[in-house]
Design a binder for this molecule. Structure first.
Ligand code: IMP
Length: 199
């Protein structure tokens, strides 16, 4: 089975991705003995994803991918965007989500989209895969599942938040689900031939 390191310490992201990668053996940062935080100092998802993936590639010399993601709210000028993880100034999902709700108080335009960019380093070559999920921000939290902004986000075509929908449904329509499926599709020739090479 092909091994692929996932350059993330976010347990929620990892369990979502595990449900999608099928025949790939995912290795965590713990599995490869990487114990530090990985810096995300840039202003685009692409640059941050590349920074995370290449830091881990340098550390272990194995095929690796990183996801950088966030939510972009139209009426907030695209914020929190790349700053989604610490929008309130802290890495605190509840405070971050409350800051979005406060920013949208009285606002009619509640459109938002989640974006995920995956950077894959495979045999030393760099590839990107992107996923976007359009939807809207509701006025109060609903649901217990998911993480981050999921209790206030309803994807287009549904009446339930990402925190209310089953993971199977979230993975089908989510930004991360779409980006991961593109990566898995891209890798499938290498995975089925077991040669570790991508055309
Ligand atoms: P990253 O580790 O810099 O990619 O942080 C992504 C941040 O964006 C997370 O901490 C969440 O705040 C937010 N985010 C990204 N994807 C999701 C999702 O699927 N659900 C909820 N929040 C998300």
């Amino acid at each position: 089975m092909q091994q692929l390191v996932i350059a993330s310490n976010n347990a929620h992201k990892i369990s979502e991705i595990k449900a999608l990668v099928g025949d790939i053996e995912l290795l965590s940062l713990k599995d490869i003995g990487f114990t530090e935080d990985i810096a995300e100092p840039f202003h685009t998802f692409e640059e941050n994803a590349l920074a995370k993936a290449s830091a881990i590639y340098k550390f272990c010399d194995k095929n690796v991918f990183a996801d950088d993601s966030g939510i972009c709210v139209h009426a907030l000028g695209g914020a929190p965007g790349v700053d989604s993880a610490h929008f309130s100034g802290e890495r605190d999902d509840e405070k971050n989500l409350q800051k979005v709700l406060a920013g949208l108080k009285g606002q009619e335009d509640r459109r938002a989209f989640y974006k995920a960019v995956i950077c894959l380093v495979w045999d030393g070559e760099v590839y990107y895969f992107e996923g976007i999920c359009e939807g809207k921000i509701i006025e109060e939290k609903r649901g217990e599942g998911g993480f981050g902004y999921d209790p206030i986000f309803i994807p287009d075509g549904y009446d339930l938040t990402f925190a209310e929908l089953p993971l199977r449904v979230k993975n089908k329509v989510s930004h991360r689900g779409k980006a991961v499926m593109k990566m898995v599709e891209y890798l499938s020739p290498a995975l089925s031939e077991g040669e570790g090479e991508v055309e």
